[in-house]
Design a protein. Sequence first.
Lengths: 313, 221
Amino acid sequence: MKPTWPLLALTLLQGLSVGLTTVAATLLIWHLSEPSFVLACQAAALITGGIGGISSFFHMHRLSAGKYILRRLKTSWLSREALSTGVYTMVVALSVFSRLLVSATSLWLAFSVAAAALGIMAVYITAMLYATIRAMRSWHSPLTVLMFLGAAAVSGISWAWGITAIMHTSVPGLSTALGIVLAITVVLKVLQIRHFRDADHLVMSSTGTGLSQKPYRVLDTGTTKPPYRHQTQIWPALTLVQRIWGYGLMIVLMWGLPSAGLIFWHYSTFHIVGAMGVTLGLIFERWMFFGDATHSSRVWFADEPKRASQVVH
Amino acid sequence: MQLTIITDLNKCVGCKSCQVSCKEHNTSGDFGPVPDHEPYREVDGMWWNRVLSVEAGEYPQASVMYLPKACMHCYDAPCVPVCPTGASYKRQDNGVVLIDYDSCIGCQLCMWACPYGVREFDEHEGVVKKCTLCIDRIEDETLPEKDRQPACVQSCPTHARTFGDLDDPESEVSKLVAQRQGFTLLPELGARPSVHYLPRRPMPHSVEDQEIDEVLEANQS
């Protein structure tokens, strides 16, 4: 599918915001850090969540019809996403302002916990939007939901880790938590990449067309040309070299740099480098999520890759 | 009632008259290979009906199949429930899947949900468009009865396309599907498309002159 910057910004910044909110709520419940650090995490969550929410407006090509977006809450995950992300951002704002303006600790705690719960729900809903699309064979898997939640956890914890370096403070257990989510997400990502490759073989145009399984060629009629400006569910198939670059940079940035940061944890610079690495790595991860996805209609496009037998030796 | 189009793949010769007549009847916005607002760009315009040419085999045993592909007006159209604004809907009275352009926000989620890739994005108007089964023609009571059918059906020179109600067991389309083992595309994705195709019959064996001579010689000896 064609990756577009509003979708990249919305999904990445929403995940980052929810990750930070969840870290903040956890620290607040267990009294693990200074209130100023928790507030800094929540303020960062509010800013990133707000930018993500604003960028989603650019994905709509007719804003005048935007007022109807909650009409299909019963069936549409996009309607639910608009509602859940909007409510989440408002509750994060309430948690920040309750601390700044009211200074009532119990109210702050209540809003923080509510924001974290709503945020996790919002990420789940966003992930389900993609995972429930049967035609997008690469996304139609529980791995999509798990990876969205994992990405939110990695980005939130790594940013919190970076904020500790900026504020010259330390939070017990944050490095361990980062190591654990990095290990979980690398496993999830490997499984997801494998699922993406399997998705290439899940649909065949020979199904029911009376064609044999012999090699066939979809002839280019001249009216369908990359980058398929009118058919955005399709994106020219990535070459092996492009995939190696995309996934390679993702691995180095998202797991390599933060792992180096965990090894040299006593240097605060490495905390910031690790957080930046995760952020850049997630941009590659999400770009490949969209750009490398296989839609079922790909089989009717002339640039469908020809596949040899997988079992012959 | 479920209105639909049945295409006989034996009769389709790939002339693309259905593709062109569809465009001629429905022209608007980006719906043209060289739209008025950008006439010199690459010829990659919007087509609600695309005739695919699929070549199989190697010479001399090669064959080409033509497959007209437009909206399948599915019973369980996946594009309908995903639409956040209700712009995509399926009519209860005749089963046609339509888009209300006034409610469409152009998010393109329906394009991802459609397994057949037959929805196209009009970047000029910012909405998604697709085959309407020529709803304006089939419901126009000022037209003679014989003209109340989609433009692609009416223009087909080989009469490969048949229009009718698939839910009526006595209709021509129902009989064709039942008698000729009509099939749908990508049934494994569960959309239950109403548009059916009639399968091609096996290609007759071609007899070369040399083979005839060999048989005649064998008989004479």
